[in-house]
Write a protein that binds this ligand. Structure first.
Ligand code: NAI
Length: 283
């Protein structure tokens, strides 16, 4: 694989573009919002400079890596020459279904279409295309340049060849891929989101302040971040969308999103990306 197209330049898309370009691949980053493309480029530069300060990337490599990332606004145009497309648009099923139809029509026949979805069924996404054997989940973790895991999700029709290609590429990017089967929330969010949701219920019920809840989980359970700070990092809208998928698809009320989470999202308090979530951030 030489040419990767990343669709969506938000929290995850810029990180995926970053690690692919750092791994020597030519990257086209596509976003419908030109301002998001500008922010993505600035974020990639900022994160590369942080890696330079930590001695992980040489100073000379920064411009070389950035030069491998080009920008586009049309997903079909971006996919036309790709060996692999990684989709990272918001966690809305209908949006992803429509996008995969477009990508399927535009991408070369052998191109693998991957989704970074946190919870939407890969099998259902694949069914919208003419190449379900070449559709797969490639679930990077946030922040992508730092986190080692790629959860590789096989849809019902995903071929061994596609799975092996994506596992090998993930390793080439310095990541550790783990293969899982397609089920709502896969492994990561099936386990993580109920914990985050419970932390929001604890906050809503006045059990403790956000700082106290996060401190209990950090110092008591040895988690590197508290659940509310982690929710702010992920994005509260993304957390809500994932919980809604778990609730709907698994049909169990234990996944019902906390009303306080809905309220924050309605207020536009989305976490770090909007400058305010359960904790305040600099805009
Ligand atoms: P985000 O909201 O930060 O970014 C999404 C970007 O997609 C925006 O820049 C938006 O302008 C763009 N976009 C919307 N519609 C588009 C279209 N039709 N074509 C091209 N670009 C379009 O979202 P985020 O957080 O990066 O999430 C993306 C995906 O990654 C979601 O499926 C999410 O569940 C998943 N994910 C998110 C994680 C997180 O911590 N935020 C972690 C792992 C997966």
């Amino acid at each position: 694989m030489r040419r990767v197209t990343v669709i969506g330049g938000g929290t995850m898309g810029n990180g995926i573009a970053h690690v692919c370009a750092q791994g020597g691949l030519d990257v086209t980053l596509v976003d419908v919002d030109p301002a998001a493309l500008e922010r993505a480029r600035a974020t990639i530069r900022k994160n590369l400079e942080r890696q330079v300060r930590k001695g992980l990337v040489s100073e000379d490599a920064v411009e070389e890596i950035l030069a491998r990332v080009s920008a586009a606004q049309d997903p079909a145009e971006g996919a036309a020459t790709a060996d692999l497309v990684v989709e990272a648009v918001p966690e809305k099923a209908e949006l992803k279904y429509a996008l995969f139809r477009t990508l399927d029509a535009a991408a070369p026949e052998g191109c693998i279409l991957a989704s970074n979805t946190s919870s939407i069924s890969i099998t259902e996404i694949a069914a919208r295309t003419s190449r379900p054997e070449r559709v797969i989940g490639m679930h990077f973790m946030n922040p992508v340049p730092v986190m080692k895991l790629v959860e590789v999700i096989r849809g019902l029709a995903t071929s061994d060849e596609t799975t092996e290609a994506v596992m090998a590429l993930s390793r080439d990017l310095g990541k550790t891929p783990v293969e899982v089967n397609d089920f709502p929330g896969f492994v990561s969010n099936r386990v993580l989101m109920p914990m985050i949701n419970e932390a929001v219920f604890a906050l809503m019920e006045g059990v403790a302040t956000p700082e106290a809840i996060d401190t209990v989980m950090k110092l008591g359970m040895n988690h590197p971040m508290g659940p509310l700070a982690l929710a702010d990092l992920i994005g509260l809208d993304t957390c809500l969308n994932i919980l809604e998928v778990l609730h709907r698809e698994l049909g169990d009320d234990r996944y019902r999103p906390c009303p306080l989470l809905r309220k924050y999202v309605a207020a536009g308090w989305l976490g770090r990306k909007s400058g305010r979530g359960f904790h305040p951030y600099d805009a």
